[in-house]
Design a protein around this ligand. Structure first.
Ligand SMILES: [Fe+2]
Length: 341
């Protein structure tokens, strides 16, 4: 396994690069915008292909690297389903699996610091975002924070993990890099409480000032979607309603770019071909599934995904590969369901 803990000294943020092998797919958790060049250099040095960029929650103290990484690598951006961020490619819920080649992370919803906070368990370690820090916990006094929910997330979920589980948080300001569940249970001063009410009282009396970057970071982090506007400006976007009419007239071939778990959870458009986004390049290449389909069919390919981000990047890639009739459904399955309602 390749595992790298990277640090942004300005915001005290830890970002994590994970991959199962050199030459394989990689993901990054909680990337910081200013460090994007560094991450991409590391990917190149380790011969990794970035396929997913994940935020544990909407950050208030730094600008996320998600949008920049998506624009530069066409990776999938991932956040929780509660997130208010305008467009991420893929949204996760409690109990989902976050996967790349050779790796599976269990997704745990751990609200409290924010209402869109998630933790990810991978074998012997857990990425806790700002829910559980080393000898601390993420503040709960803004961004729909909730000390009571955080108590449940920590005591009800994270502290139930095996004692020796390694704790990798999104931040540290003292220089600590890793802890364990047992260590935090025993020595984290915030966790030495006898009841949820005692925890709530503790968290509500911290008297912290707002993060320096908050007024800049929160609005910037909520607007990550750019790909769809550019694609629409080139005339490559169909509204869900248009796509419905064209599909009923059998004049388009729909291609679903989502992962199997998303199809199971959110349903599929009947008659669509499943060709997951991570395999797009080989599918569009000579001899690839989509290349052959486009050659054999009179009908233009129309891509769709969850919210229209992956499909916007796919339509660009298809155009680059010479499939000039390729289009996508703006807003994805989400827009399709709204149009069908
Ligand atoms: Fe945070």
């Amino acid at each position: 396994m390749i595992f790298r803990q990277l640090f942004d000294q300005v915001s005290g943020t830890y970002s994590y690069v994970l991959a199962s092998r050199q030459g394989g797919e990689a993901m990054i958790i909680d990337p910081v915008l200013e460090k994007v060049d560094r991450y991409l250099q590391l990917m190149e040095e380790l011969d990794l292909k970035l396929v997913k960029a994940v935020d544990t929650h909407l950050h208030a103290d730094h600008i996320t690297g998600l949008g920049a990484l998506r624009d530069r690598t066409q990776c999938i951006t991932v956040m929780g389903e509660q997130s208010q961020v305008d467009v991420v490619s893929m949204r996760l819920g409690d109990g989902d699996r976050l996967t790349i080649e050779g790796m599976k992370l269990d997704v745990i919803y751990t609200p409290g610091h924010t209402d869109d906070s998630y933790s990810f368990v991978m074998g012997d370690r857990v990425f806790t975002g700002d829910t559980l820090l080393i000898r601390g916990t993420g503040r709960t006094d803004f961004q729909n924070g909730d000390a009571r929910a955080q108590y449940e997330s920590i005591f009800g979920r994270l502290l139930k993990l095996p004692d020796e589980t390694l704790v990798y948080p999104a931040h540290d300001y003292k220089g600590d890099t890793v802890s364990t569940i047992a260590e935090e249970r025993a020595f984290n001063p915030r966790l030495q409480v006898k009841s949820v009410d005692e925890y709530v009282a503790l968290m509500n009396n911290l008297g912290l000032s707002n993060p320096k970057m908050m007024d800049v970071a929160v609005p910037a982090n909520m607007r990550q979607g750019l790909a769809q506007e550019a694609v629409a400006a080139r005339g490559w976007a169909l509204s869900a309603a248009d796509a419905m009419r064209l599909l009923a007239a059998r004049s388009i071939a729909l291609v679903d770019l989502r992962e199997r778990t998303e199809r199971e959870r959110h349903g599929v458009i009947p008659g669509s071909l499943h060709a997951p986004y991570p395999n797009l390049r080989e599918n569009l290449a000579d001899g690839g599934l989509l290349h052959e389909l486009a050659a054999a069919s009179e009908r233009p390919l129309v891509f769709y995904c969850a919210f229209g981000e992956r499909s916007a990047m796919a339509v660009q890639a298809a155009q680059d590969a010479g499939l000039t009739s390729a289009r996508h459904i703006e807003g994805g399955m989400d827009a399709w369901k709204k149009a069908a309602a």
